[in-house]
Ligand binder design. Sequence first.
Ligand code: NAG
Ligand code: NAG
Ligand code: CU
Length: 233
Amino acid sequence: MFSSKCLSVTLLSLATFVSSHYTFPNLVANGVTTADWLDVRQTDNYDSNAPVTDVTSADFRCYNTALNLPAQTATVAAGSSIGFMANGPVYHPGVVNVYMAKAPSSNVATWDGDGAVWFKVFEISAVTDGGSSISFPALNALGYNFTLPEALPSGQYLVRIEQIALHVASTFGGAQFYLSCGQINVTGGGNGTPGPLVSIPGVYTGNEPGILINIYYPVPATYVQPGPAVWSG
Ligand SMILES: *[C@@H]1O[C@H](CO)[C@@H](O)[C@H](O)[C@H]1NC(C)=O
Ligand SMILES: *[C@@H]1O[C@H](CO)[C@@H](O)[C@H](O)[C@H]1NC(C)=O
Ligand SMILES: [Cu+2]
């Protein structure tokens, strides 16, 4: 369902339109951007690039309920930089969150991430100045890198990126979530206790002030980043 809300460039051909939007098919690990859908679970929208808009749907977690293709697991050190790259510029204004969840044993490749097991490790919010402007530092990036906390315990994790596109978010269900889940094997970790823990789906209702929001008028005086606080170790 490509809503007309997204179709601001009606003169583009259908083919061009379908190839617009974006996915996050690549993990960045050990300074290398790995191949498409190698260490990232292939998402249902790998060819459509369409967003998830129902924050309560099963696809809100890893967007792979129709595919469930196996992915590999990248081994990375705690304290190192990892990231996700998109298949094109992230051209919708919005914000970014990265969540992680530790697989209960050495089985992340077959683990589905059920339960209140997710914590936030990274975010890029919006910048406001009391009502005269709002800007989105995540806008137009080709991807996002961040540092894993040194205190992150060793083990296998799902890592889920979401970019929340807010260009048509002024009605319920209008925010567009572009997301995928990578698999990592963390070595040399610490003794931290990541939290707060949330379920995905479950973390949002869709009514959050940072999700149900008109970013254009009136210009928001403040912006509240959706989700729990970042755990930084
Ligand atoms: C993330 O890091 C990788 C490896 O250093 C780099 O190639 C890539 O350009 C970085 N991505 C962004 C968006 O800065
Ligand atoms: C995770 O890293 C450990 C330590 O290097 C290694 O023994 C194990 O095989 C790795 N597991 C995976 C799935 O890569
Ligand atoms: Cu779009």
